[in-house]
Design a protein around this ligand. Structure first.
Ligand code: ADP
Ligand code: MG
Length: 351
């Protein structure tokens, strides 16, 4: 099922995207299935958070969308164009200008022997955004100012090791902005930063969304930060997107037992830790996975059918959907999921 943004036309449409890796060597090669049939669409100025534990396939989705590697199956549509069909280098350079990626480790993505200015000049030149040295310098300075790195001329002359982690991530963001992208794939952009500066980077991303109309795929293992930044949140487990909903809705009314487990580790506003489910035990098998739902072994509500087949997608209404046998499509359970919520029309009348 495709998660369709209710209002805006999609910038990216991801259709049944899948990825296998071949692992091992010689006669013992095996297929590791990192991603199964991921489908969703990202609207203009929309932020979608992708949450899930390490190894669930989040970075695989981002790397496929950035075209850092080819998918094993499925399609990627950018503003309606099937970009995997537009092969040779020209189309792919244009696409890379439109869809940029920011990585978890800003130090790893900056070259220690080059200045900050050099890192920003390169994409500007490669994508033909500056045709003389004066314009180039001015663009570099304006990018640094945009990400609040001042005074720009001083920062441009520095080397990566002379900046803090937060400043380096701002450089990585400025570099992504250099080519005027419409989508930024942000893969755990704050998880290596000091807690005290994380909010500043998230606020910067938010401002750029407003000012430049950028859409984000925001990848995180921290479901609490997803709530803060994302319009919608999708939850991944063992290569499957198992639930998706408007973020607030997902946090208030999680349906999938795995989403509940993730949320149970987050302190509630009173500061107490809610915990309804056992802590994690075991990791899912990605090589020769058993049939059925990959969460079955950890699920407190597991039933026989869970070990036999992967559940279908159930539409719970209000843009909320889930893949879990507790919610068979069209069932009473699925349609009753939101019953205790006050309908929007009643709320409006009460104001
Ligand atoms: N290049 C690769 N070769 C083999 N296995 C890989 C490769 N990249 C990722 N994987 C495997 O795919 C699974 C998903 O990885 P990844 O997408 O990086 O997860 P996440 O970002 O959610 O931590 C993991 O089991 C990982 O080991
Ligand atoms: Mg990752």
């Amino acid at each position: 099922m495709t998660m369709t943004h209710p209002s805006a036309s999609p910038v990216l449409d991801v259709v049944s995207l899948g990825k296998y890796f071949t692992v091992g060597g010689g006669l013992r090669t095996q297929q590791l299935r990192a991603l199964h049939d991921a489908s969703f669409s990202l609207g203009e100025r929309e932020v979608i958070a992708l949450v899930g534990e390490s190894g669930s396939g989040k970075s695989t989705i981002a790397r496929l969308l950035a075209r850092l590697m080819p998918p094993s199956s499925g399609k990627i549509l950018f503003k309606g164009r099937d970009i995997l069909k537009e092969e040779p280098s020209r189309a792919s350079l244009a696409y890379r200008g439109q869809v940029q990626m920011i990585f978890q480790d800003p130090f790893g993505s900056l070259n220690p022997v080059h200045t900050i200015g050099y890192h920003l000049e390169r994409p500007l030149l490669l994508h033909g955004k500056a045709n003389n040295p004066a314009v180039l310098r001015e663009k570099v300075h304006s990018l640094l100012t945009t990400v609040d790195l001042n005074p720009a001329a001083e920062v441009a002359a520095k080397f990566p090791h002379q900046l803090s982690g937060g400043q380096r991530q701002r450089v990585a963001i400025a570099r992504a902005l250099a080519v005027d992208p419409s989508v930024i794939l942000a893969d755990e952009p704050i998880s290596m930063l000091d807690v005290s500066i994380r909010m500043g980077v998230l606020n910067l991303m938010e401002r750029l969304k407003e000012e430049r109309g950028i859409s984000y795929l925001y990848i995180t293992h921290d479901i609490a930060s997803a709530r803060y930044v994302a319009d919608r949140t999708m939850v991944m487990y063992a290569g499957h997107i198992v639930e998706g909903a408007p973020s607030e809705e997902l946090m208030q009314q999680p349906a999938h037992p795995y989403t509940k487990l993730l949320l149970s580790a987050v302190p509630d506003p009173q500061g107490s830790i809610r915990s309804e489910l056992p802590a994690r035990s075991g990791t899912p098998k990605l090589i020769n996975p058993p049939p059925g739902c990959p969460f079955a072994d950890r699920c407190p509500s597991v039933m026989n059918t869970c070990r036999e087949q992967m559940p279908e997608t159930a539409d719970l209404g209000s843009g909320h959907w889930v893949r879990c046998h507790l919610f068979p499509p069209g069932s009473v359970a699925a349609s009753a999921h939101h019953e205790r919520k006050v309908p929007a029309s009643v709320e409006a009348a009460a104001v």
